[in-house]
Design a protein around this ligand. Structure first.
Ligand code: CP
Length: 312
């Protein structure tokens, strides 16, 4: 695999290879072997034009655990604020020896532009581009689902996953729909009509406006953050009203299947899309998602820069 831009580019075998590799790397890490050697001498640049806690730190941890050198670049405080373009920034990083650029950008398609521009020879990982895609988030979500629903192996055939909230602005939802379908899961999307994207009826998912109906029979629920920073209009009357209709509380969790799990990509708006009681409950795997993110990002970097390129 040269680049990772979209989960739509992954076949079932590609996805399972990444998840299985993440599993092996997680086991090696938990056995306390310390740093693993495969990316020694390689350089990974985290190029972040948008804020991030989980994704940036976990890519840094993943690269370091594989012995890569890591350069963290935040657009804030850089020459981007003087008007430097993505092209010139990328050329500068390439000149410093970047083998892979992990890019988060506010514009949908930025990672594709960087990968297909010919500006750089290294690999590009999309770490979230506008409202388009966030493939490593979907991979870590699939890894987490597999651990809880399929004992960590195989695909997700037959599992039912309900994704709730601000689908309109969510790159996480888009990446998850592609990947979950590739892995055989049933996907339900729930949101107020104003927070569903145009053309959602063509997505490979059941769409509804009723949260409680969509939780009955679900094996997992993924709650999405209301992305107020991307909203330029009023999409619902009040936060309180949104929370009443689309917030996850314990009564609603109890509608799901036995053994079901509660997920959230973070950062959470506690008290808006999810109550603290649910976020901190035994059914919540939200903190574990962060841990799994390191293993999955190790697998992506390993397969991209150090592993068997012919396979993925
Ligand atoms: N889930 C996620 O992408 O979180 P960050 O914005 O903190 O990276």
């Amino acid at each position: 695999m040269k680049h990772l831009l979209s989960t739509a580019d992954l076949t079932r075998d590609d996805a399972i290879l990444i998840l299985d590799t993440a599993n092996q790397l997680a086991q090696a890490t938990s056995q306390g072997v310390g740093k693993l050697p495969p990316l020694r001498g390689r350089t990974v640049v985290n190029l972040f034009y948008e804020d991030s806690t989980r994704t940036r730190i976990s890519f840094e941890a993943a690269a370091k655990r594989l012995s890569a050198d890591v350069i963290n670049f935040a657009a804030k405080g850089s020459s981007v604020s003087k008007g430097e373009s993505l092209k010139d920034t990328a050329l500068t990083l390439e000149a410093m020896g970047a083998d892979a650029i992990v890019l988060r950008h506010g514009s949908s398609g930025a990672a594709n532009t960087l990968a297909n521009s010919g500006w750089i020879s290294g690999s590009v990982v999309n770490a979230g581009d506008g409202t388009h895609e966030h493939p490593t988030q979907a991979l870590l979500d699939a890894y987490t689902l597999r651990r809880h629903l399929r004992e960590g192996a195989g695909d997700l055939a037959g599992a039912t996953v309900t994704i709730v909230g601000d689908i309109l602005h969510s790159r996480v939802a888009r990446s998850n729909v592609h990947l979950l379908k590739t892995l055989g899961a049933n996907v339900r999307l729930v949101a107020p009509p104003t927070l569903l994207p145009f053309g959602v009826d063509t997505w490979d998912a059941d769409v509804s406006y009723d949260l409680e109906d969509a939780l009955v029979g679900a094996d997992a629920v993924m709650m999405l953050r209301i992305q107020q920073e991307r909203m330029n209009a009023a999409y619902f009357p009040t936060i309180h009203e949104y929370s009443q209709r689309y917030g996850l509380n314990q009564v609603r969790v109890n509608l799901m299947n036995q053994g079901s799990i509660v997920m959230h990509p973070g950062p959470m708006n506690r008290g808006v899309e999810i109550t603290s009681e649910v976020a901190d409950s035994p059914q919540s795997v939200i903190v574990e998602q962060v841990t799994n993110g390191v293993s999955v990002r190790m697998a992506v970097l390993y397969l991209m820069l150090g592993g068997n390129e012919a396979t993925v």
